[in-house]
Ligand binder design. Structure first.
Ligand code: 1HE
Length: 264
């Protein structure tokens, strides 16, 4: 892959083979999402799908994934309603680039994954938590409301009732409970190692299949069931006849391909 040449202050970009590693690097501010960080996320996730990256891991420096909206910046700027509406539109731009971009993004979570930090995590395709990770939507307590897509993505992950409870009461979800309600899909000792392992697994999937998995499923939620079924047929028509699937099906037919069986 060819790392995009971007001027970044709040994000660091690295590679491990065909995997892009995107790090939030404002550890001193608990990776709070300033307006500049959001612009950098837009730049990074606009460029990544065209960089040859086969998967990405999104992580944070320091002990916390992200403390959400940069509250100090928001406070200092004395934004008007319309100013903040435009801030939110930029968050949506960044998170939509991630969710619909076609490159699998795995979030390696730890510590606070709260407010806008949870909105960011929920725009990735797989969330991996470690035992320090906790999830919350403290917007209510701060006199705020979610503006980075939580009403869509977090409510989809945990259901509206849980999301409303989180916002009204400041409820914090940790570990097993977070796993059980769907805030993360994995709970492990080392979320970064696991995220890399999962990203490597994603690189085994043909890019066109990854593109479909990491865009079509999300697009289907914006359509009627009838249109979603039509779109699915169309995508499957293209994906399921690609050369890479022909080779894999030949290997299945001649019994050289792995079978789908649990390890034990
Ligand atoms: C910040 C932020 C921030 C830390 N914006 N600067 N999010 C929240 O309500 C969570 C706010 N943060 C916290 O509750 C705590 O900082 C943590 C639990 C994440 C970490 O606690 P701790 O004790 O390790 O750190 P700290 O001493 O609170 O903060 C260290 C520094 O990070 C300090 O800066 P300093 O210059 O005084 O050293 C903090 O000000 C800074 N910091 N979090 C700005 N969030 C699109 S709408 C989305 C709406 C939301 O996201 S609401 C949820 C906001």
């Amino acid at each position: 892959m060819q790392l995009p040449d971007l001027k970044l202050q709040n994000i660091t970009l690295d590679t491990d083979g065909e995997i892009a590693i995107v790090s939030l690097n404002r550890a001193a501010k608990r990776n709070a999402l300033s307006a500049e960080t959001i612009e950098e996320l837009i730049d990074v996730f606009s460029a990544l799908p065209r960089s040859g990256a086969r998967a990405a891991v999104l992580r944070g420096e320091g002990d916390h994934f992200s403390a959400g909206l940069d509250l100090v910046e928001h406070h200092k700027q004395e934004r008007s309603a319309s100013d903040f509406m435009h801030v939110c539109l930029r968050w949506h731009e960044a998170f939509n680039k991630m969710e619909y971009g076609g490159v699998p993004i795995i979030a390696a979570l730890k510590g606070a994954t709260v407010g806008g930090g949870l909105e960011l995590a929920s725009a990735t395709h797989i969330r991996v938590a470690d035992k320090t990770t906790y999830f919350a939507l403290p917007e209510g307590q701060r006199g705020l409301f979610t503006g980075g897509g939580a009403t869509i993505r977090v409510s989809e992950l945990v259901g509206r009732a849980r999301m409303i409870d989180m916002m009204l009461t400041g409820r914090i979800y940790e570990a097993e409970e977070a796993l059980n309600v769907g805030l993360c899909q994995y709970l492990v000792d080392d979320s970064e190692a696991k995220a890399m392992e999962l990203a490597r697994a994603c690189t085994e999937v043909p890019p066109l299949s990854n593109f479909a998995i990491c865009s079509a499923i999300s697009h289907s939620r914006n359509m009627s069931a009838l249109d979603a079924a039509y779109m699915e047929s169309f995508v499957a028509g293209v994906v399921n006849t690609q050369p890479a699937s022909n080779e894999r099906l030949a290997a299945f037919a001649d019994k050289s391909a792995a079978r789908v069986k649990p390890k034990n």
